[in-house]
Design a protein around this ligand. Sequence first.
Ligand code: KG4
Ligand code: ZN
Length: 346
Amino acid sequence: MNKGAGYILGIETSCDETAAAIIKADKNAKQVTLLSNVVATSLSLHAATGGIIPEIAAREQVKFIIPVIQEALKVLKNPQEEIDAIAVTVGPGLIGSLLVGVETARSIAYVWNKPIIAVNHLFGHIYANWIKSENKTGIEFPAIALIVSGGHTDLVLMKNHKDILWLGGTRDDAAGEAFDKTGRLLGLAYPAGPQIEKLATGIEKDIYHFPKPLIGSGDFDFSFSGLKTAVLRETQKNEKLNNERISNICYSLQEAIFDVLIKKTFKAAKEYNAKSILLGGGVTANQTLKQRFELEIGNLKLEIPLFIPEKRLCTDNAAMIATAAFFNQAETDWQNISANPELYFD
Ligand code: KG4
Ligand code: ZN
């Protein structure tokens, strides 16, 4: 983008959300402005099956992609003229879903003769923090970023936009996945995270003391798969699984997962003298997690600002993809881009 201000069309189709967004960014902007943000989801089709069926997700992507992009483009008078670049998620994700976004982006880039920018979905979750909102400005480097979603739990050190170092991640289930899988054992529909948050609200005592795996491991790795067994054991006891017990289990589950996330994030923040802590991904929509992080900053008497995207930008969206493209990724053309479901941090 070599003009003063530019518009980027973002496209995200890595899983069960079909999303398109337009951001406006001045050349040396420290934050971007969100002009439109459209998200369609096939979530309700997956609720009954307890998880995402990739084939169904991909077919729904095909249905939604054009109307979603059309809707996002409505904020511009002449999109073909005004758009400077097209950003698209190339991975990680489900291959069938990713291909729908990538091939659509390639076609638009070809027909409109625009540059295209390949974006790593995980970077997208971090970059949701650079979208303008009323109370957040001034992210400073080095920053520690925690990505907690249904597919990933990763801690990264951002020295600057171009120097991003992976510190550790989950060895098995991601934090969101742990909520979804244990939620299923409790009879909650997919995705269970938001319901677990609701059910746990108002509970104040951790009765079950579920394991907090790797909490003292000294590294930045995570492991949440053992929580399934712990919750399963509780559900198999003779006591009736009534609402009160379910709520108590939800609370203890949140405590176990959040304690580990908080311990490791602050360990990384201290070790690398972080000037900002950034959270991103679906699980960071959880208000208890936000409060626990804020509380810990107070307890540790740290003066590190905490950044969490607006709730609607914590879960999958295309605004974060366009924003990551603006700050972090290189322009190429439609011939040099392809989906990569296994993409991770370099
Ligand atoms: O980032 P995201 O939309 O998709 C992935 O990239 O995976 O995250 C979805 C995950 C699901 O596992 C869902 O249960 C979890 O985020 N989630 C939550 C909450 N809202 C969504 N987990 C806990 N509390 C929430 N409020
Ligand atoms: Zn995601």
